[in-house]
Design a binder for this molecule. Structure first.
Ligand SMILES: Nc1nc2c(ncn2[C@@H]2O[C@H](COP(=O)(O)OP(=O)(O)OP(=O)(O)O)[C@@H](O)[C@H]2O)c(=O)[nH]1
Ligand SMILES: [Zn+2]
Length: 207
């Protein structure tokens, strides 16, 4: 396996990383992992598992290979609205970079346009692009906010994420009811207390 410098799409700086493997190559590592866990990868129930798991993990980290530009695909529309746009309760499925276990929750994204609005679905796609990487919730929240800002040139962006970490529930401290809340406010969401509280108030409402 050669170590190369790969530009991770969407990241600000090129990061040093390995070239990704094919699903078949990655499956071989899953097969070894099963052996390492004392399992028999040859038994009937596990025969397709290494390749299945490899493909699943590739999908769950496919956000590394997406670019914001392709994802937005030009879906920006001229608008003179300067009212807040909020997309609430976007499902969030990510993987924690410490344990490779799921982070499950939801995310609320708001922005105040400055001349253009973005296609509604694209906000959810931006969330998925950063969620489908190995993450900590703080970075995930910040990357989503910054991407929405960069793409829309908005006056401000607010992102709140609330999620449960399987590494805290299934193992470790085994806390089943704790959730982590993170928020990032940019532009006038940061500078203007009224904008921020309108956002937080809208999130709190059930409809
Ligand atoms: N800040 C932050 N911490 C996280 C996130 N996901 C997992 N962690 C924490 O990362 C830490 C890793 O700590 P370590 O002591 O190295 O790992 P560990 O022995 O598995 O820790 P325990 O989970 O406490 O058993 C733990 O406290 C996790 O709860 C996240 O998104 N943000
Ligand atoms: Zn974890």
């Amino acid at each position: 396996m050669t170590k190369t410098v790969t530009k991770i799409a969407g990241g600000k700086e090129p990061v040093e990383a390995h070239e990704p493997m094919s699903a078949d190559e990655l499956a071989e590592h899953y097969r070894l992992m099963l052996e390492g866990l004392g399992e028999d990868p040859g038994r009937e129930g596990l025969q397709g598992t290494p390749l299945r798991a490899a493909k699943a993990m590739q999908y769950l980290t496919s956000g590394y290979h997406q670019s914001l530009e392709e994802l937005v695909n030009g879906a920006l529309f001229a608008s003179d609205s300067d009212e807040m746009v909020l997309v609430k309760d976007i499902e969030l499925y990510s993987l924690c970079e410490h344990h490779l276990l799921p982070i499950i929750g939801k995310c609320h994204v708001a922005y105040i346009p400055d001349g253009k609005v973005i296609g509604l679905s694209k906000i959810a796609r931006i969330v998925d692009m950063f969620a489908r990487r190995l993450q900590i919730q703080e970075s995930l929240t910040r990357e989503i906010a910054q991407a929405v800002m960069d793409v829309t040139g908005a006056r401000g962006v607010g992102v709140v994420a609330e999620a449960r970490h399987m590494c805290m529930m299934m193992r470790g401290v085994e806390k089943q009811n704790s959730a982590m809340l993170t928020s990032v406010m940019l532009g006038n969401f940061r500078d203007d207390a009224r904008t921020r509280s309108e956002f937080l108030e809208l999130i709190r409402r059930s409809h």
